[in-house]
Design a protein. Sequence first.
Length: 212
Amino acid sequence: MGKIKAVIFDMDGVLIDAKEWHYAALNRALDYFGMSLSRLEHVTTYDGFPTRKKLEMLSIEKSLPHELHDFICRLKQQYTLEEITLKCKPQFIHQYALSRLKKEGYRLAVCSNSVRDTIDLMLRKADLMPHLEFFLSNEDVEHHKPHPQMYQKAISRFGLSPAECLIVEDNPQGIKAARESGAHLLEVKDPKDVYYDNIIERVTEIDAGAGA
Ligand SMILES: [Mg+2]
């Protein structure tokens, strides 16, 4: 085994194609109050942040009353769990990638800006939990991504140095967090990029001393 000992995955947009589910769930909740987000707004501005942060942004940009945040958060969470239950299924490329990496001795974890229950349900429905040592949610840190705390915590939980870890990320908040943690980065566009050959190619590049 080379320099890289662990691979840490973001969840949404990396292991799970959940963008649409979060978008639909938030809009269903906002719809009660005559508000909605366009797909463009979601993709360019809101995607990748925890729901509470999205609601703070909506209060600033669209005058959503603060008193509604708790209620909308609970509704959104309920709708998200419904979406996951209906739509989240195991994907062969991810099951294969994670099981093979694990068999080869790499230690695996997930760090996500989602809440714990959402991550737990998604990873179980996608049948990825057996390959992971642990996952961290936005409830396990004081500062969610783009702050690097979640990745720093995962790296220290492994008992490794940042240089021994590879982080797989898809969006600007996560990429900023990954870079600031000091670990190596594999940037992907969507979950289809997260397959064994792609990950191991990046690991080999780092082990050869080519990639920072
Ligand atoms: Mg993501």
